[in-house]
Design a protein around this ligand. Structure first.
Ligand SMILES: Cc1cc2nc3c(=O)[nH]c(=O)nc-3n(C[C@H](O)[C@H](O)[C@H](O)COP(=O)(O)O)c2cc1C
Length: 154
């Protein structure tokens, strides 16, 4: 049984970017949350992964719609990272959101956006590994990315 605080601190030594993972339900209601558990997986076919908590409120919508979006935040989008990790607020009240062809919300001004079809949904302890098949993407490599290390944004 790992000491959660110590394990969190050890994981935190790995510098990551920060993403917002999004989805839209059948009535057009948008959901999303901040995630740094993003990784590239495969070029051919193009795939990525993200790991939501098993209890994440967005998970049911991702599963029901079979689609999710990932927006890789730019350095000036820290307030959105904080907003999408907060409960009891309208997370989509800030930021310019557009819809991919599949309907998933994507953030304008992000360093990169990916629209995915849910390809694999793997239980993993208190989290779930979602592997998405990338249906479309765009990148703005000139946009400096928001980073996260040892519990702090950089
Ligand atoms: C920088 C950062 C990274 C995060 N990464 C993840 C993650 O990879 N997976 C996850 O489930 N929650 C992650 N969270 C926490 C969720 O954003 C937060 O718990 C959110 O409230 C979950 O959405 P929900 O309340 O709608 O379930 C992260 C939070 C921050 C600030």
């Amino acid at each position: 049984m790992a000491d959660h605080r110590a394990l969190r601190d050890a994981f935190g030594c790995f510098a990551t970017g920060v993403t917002i993972v999004t989805a839209t339900d059948g009535r057009g209601r948008r959901v999303g949350f901040t995630a740094n558990s993003f990784a590239s997986v495969s070029l051919d076919p193009p795939m990525l992964l993200v790991c939501p908590a098993a209890g994440a409120s967005s998970l049911a919508v991702i599963r029901e719609s079979g689609r999710f979006g990932v927006s890789v935040l730019a350095a000036d989008q820290r307030a959105l990272a904080e907003r999408f990790a907060r409960r009891g607020v309208d997370r989509f009240a800030e930021g310019a959101w557009v819809e991919a062809e599949s309907g998933v919300p994507l953030l304008e001004g992000a360093a990169a956006n990916f629209a995915c079809r849910l390809a694999h949904d793997l239980p993993a302890g208190d989290h779930v590994v979602l592997i998405g098949l990338i249906e479309s993407f765009r990148a703005a490599p000139e946009r400096a990315p928001l980073t996260f290390l040892r519990g702090r944004y950089g």
